[in-house]
Ligand binder design. Structure first.
Ligand code: UDP
Length: 439
């Protein structure tokens, strides 16, 4: 438990907590920032999220709930810019953030998310002496190892990340693999790292009736439903899942649902990855087993997880991976590749199975096994519910982060300001999710 309410500047340059999630550049980081901010504010802290204005209609400040504001920062065009092209706009982001910090009451801590926000955080640390906590969400050197020439981030990313690792007061690793990568590739000192995982919102994701969910989604009762849900980018290895469909017995009635993409309808032009994956399905002769749904809203996802017999995710690498937690919270067993955070969230043989990435045969064997043993699949699902409830709630994540902030923040958070923050919390009238906006 954090002894003092803190004023936290949460910087997330491209991933706004208010964005619609599911497209190429809006995924886990948006969910992380939104939920960490929500739970910190719920625990009595004051949180300002600094994020780039990517739409001219966005007001400068959005009051999301008591203790939580989103501040839209002008940096580059007020339009979508791919994150790979954002670095040149960061000096302008830093300038605006600096003015905001200068004119507001002092923050106690800056928590930067992703390397470009880390750049801003380092400058705020230099100028105002603010302690810097850093979550990378993804590491450039790991990405380069796997993506090679397809990695379109500027080469400067790596030097920036190394500088942040040296200067941050604390680096948050999201899982043991992330911690090992920070030490091995960036020379981070293990004592400067705290491992705090991602979480899941148990009010958003909870077990539901499979039959009702299938009815709601128009799915048949007698198919074995395999769910793949997330951003549609090559590194998520969705082609691997499609290839595994071709290795299942021809008599097995199976449907692979692929949820995600740039638009609600599975539009090949708007989401070129769908066109590529359709090609893979065609080449493997499994077109009739695969359904692309398009992107889905948060409030629709629990039905997809509940309708599925198994959730599958086989990326090449994964800094954490929130979707396995969402599936487990809904009582759905997970088959995931034994990489990154998935090795940590999925207990092999207990809540699902771990398989090597890029190995459709290993995946197909696990799917056949679960299909043949529905009682086992249900038991794995129930164990998943227990696991996320005890280890992976956002409330717990926020509590652990607050402990890190308290450890690095100056010890003299004045009692007067603490009292002011508490009175703000008591005056809290807005239910979560009802935002007030100031232009
Ligand atoms: N997501 C969503 N709608 C979609 C597809 C994905 O809301 O149509 C969400 C998904 O539920 C999860 C996030 O996007 O919360 C993806 O996070 P994850 O950590 O699994 O992957 P990342 O985006 O970080 O690569």
């Amino acid at each position: 438990m954090c002894p003092e309410p803190l004023r936290i500047a949460l910087i997330s340059e491209h991933a706004s907590p208010l964005a619609t999630v599911g497209s190429v550049d809006a995924g886990g980081q948006n969910i992380y920032v939104a939920n960490v901010a929500r739970c910190l504010a719920g625990a009595g802290h004051q949180v300002d999220v600094f994020t780039r204005r990517d739409d001219p209609q966005l007001p400068s400040t959005v009051d999301v709930r008591s203790g939580l504001r989103v501040l839209h920062i002008d940096a580059g065009p007020a339009a979508f810019v791919p994150k790979e092209e954002l670095l040149p706009h960061m000096p302008s982001f830093t300038g605006s953030a600096r003015r905001l910090v200068q004119h507001s009451a002092r923050y106690d801590v800056v928590h930067a998310n992703f390397f470009m926000s880390g750049l801003v955080g380092m400058r705020l640390k230099e100028l105002f002496g603010l302690p810097l906590v850093m979550t990378f969400h993804a590491l450039g050197l790991v990405r380069r190892e796997h993506q090679k020439a397809a990695d379109a981030f500027p080469p400067a990313r790596i030097a920036i990340e190394k500088r942040i690792v040296r200067r941050a007061d604390r680096v948050i690793a999201e899982c043991p693999q992330d911690e090992a990568d920070l030490v091995r590739l960036y020379g981070a000192h293990p004592r400067a790292i705290s491992t705090v995982p991602c979480g899941v919102d148990l009010t958003e994701f909870s077990p539901g009736s499979k039959a009702a969910a299938r009815r709601a989604l128009g799915l048949s009762d007698d198919e074995f439903v395999v769910l793949q849900l997330g951003r549609l980018v090559p590194r998520k290895g969705i082609d691997n899942v499609i290839r595994s469909m071709a290795l299942l017995p021809p008599e097995m009635r199976v449907r692979l649902l692929v949820v995600g993409g740039e638009s609600r309808d599975p539009d090949d032009r708007k989401t070129p990855e769908i066109a590529r994956l359709r090609g893979v399905a065609d080449e493997c002769g499994v077109t009739d087993r695969v359904t692309f749904t398009g992107q889905r809203r948060r409030d629709e996802l629990a039905n997809y997880y509940a309708a599925a017999d198994v959730f599958v995710t086989t990326p090449w690498y994964e800094p954490f991976g929130i979707t396995p937690l969402e599936a487990m919270a809904c009582g759905t067993p997970v088959v995931g590749s034994a990489v990154g955070g998935i090795q940590h969230s999925v207990a092999d043989g207990v809540t699902g199975y771990l398989v090597p990435p890029k190995d459709p045969q290993a995946l197909a064997e696990r799917l056949v096994h679960l299909h043949a043993n529905p009682a086992l699949a249900q038991a794995l699902g129930r164990a998943g519910i227990r696991r996320v409830r005890s280890l992976f709630t956002w409330e717990r994540v926020a509590r652990e982060l607050a402990e890190v902030y308290a450890a690095v923040a100056p010890k003299n958070v004045e009692p007067a300001r603490a009292a002011r923050v508490l009175s703000l919390v008591r005056r809290s009238a807005l239910p979560a999710g009802q935002a007030q906006v100031h232009a």
